[in-house]
Ligand binder design. Structure first.
Ligand SMILES: [Zn+2]
Length: 228
């Protein structure tokens, strides 16, 4: 049986998904979901039964593929709109309008908004909302993913620019294969991987990586003894 995760706000009675209620309570009523025992329990249940099983630590077969690749252009468009709708409903994510759709391009609107965001009241509210968001697992996951992509993108770009200038560049963001040791001799750079068993040797790890002159796989403990 599928549980409905929809609930009503204990204060204004508006309907929400349990994952968005905490934000709503904090944003609109300056209240905490933890103070509503049943709702808090339901949220924990949601995290345990729906959110947690998704994060098993195993790489997803969908990893690295775009929605278009997975579902086709039409279906991907549908799914993206569905996701946006869901996010809007949960009140977790905001969207930025581009071009003329962005009201911030209107100087009057902009000036008004700037006076609001500089106010003490707004800052206080903002920090409260942020505190509530920090406790939301779905938001955390989204934020972390975005953070990784951003740093990865920046490091990749700077690496390319340095390489164009003739540098030997070794990016060490964890989305690149990071060896156990980097050994340098006679102007050559070697990635050294230290493993306990031959089965752990995985040359695929460096597939497409050209900035190491060679990769050394060293089996440190052939006997299989563990000296821990
Ligand atoms: Zn409410």
């Amino acid at each position: 049986m599928r549980l409905s995760w929809r609930v009503n706000c204990p204060i204004c009675n508006k309907e929400f998904h349990i994952a968005g209620l905490g934000i709503h309570l904090a944003q609109i009523h300056e209240a905490r979901i933890q103070d509503y025992t049943e709702l808090d329990a339901l949220l924990r249940k949601y995290i345990k039964e729906v959110i947690a099983p998704k994060y098993t630590g195993k790489p997803s077969p969908k990893k690295g593929k775009t929605w278009e690749e997975l579902y086709g252009v039409e279906r991907a468009k549908e799914l993206k709109e569905k996701l946006r709708e869901r996010n809007r409903r949960l009140g977790i994510f905001s969207e930025t309008a581009t071009g003329d759709k962005n009201v911030m391009h209107n100087p009057i609107v902009r000036a008004k908004w700037e006076s609001v965001i500089r106010s003490e009241e707004y800052r206080k509210k903002k920090s409260e909302i942020q505190k509530a968001l920090v406790n939301n697992p779905e938001y955390k996951q989204w934020w972390y993913k975005r953070y990784i992509e951003k740093t990865y993108g920046a490091i990749t770009k700077v690496s390319q620019q340095l390489a164009q200038q003739g540098y030997h560049v070794i990016p060490l963001h964890h989305k690149y294969p990071v060896p156990d040791i980097i050994a340098i001799k006679d102007g050559k750079v070697y990635a050294v991987e230290v493993v306990s068993y031959p089965e752990q040797i995985n040359p695929d790890k460096y597939k497409g990586i050209t900035y190491y002159n060679d990769i050394f796989w060293i089996v440190y403990n052939k006997s299989g003894d563990t000296n821990d």
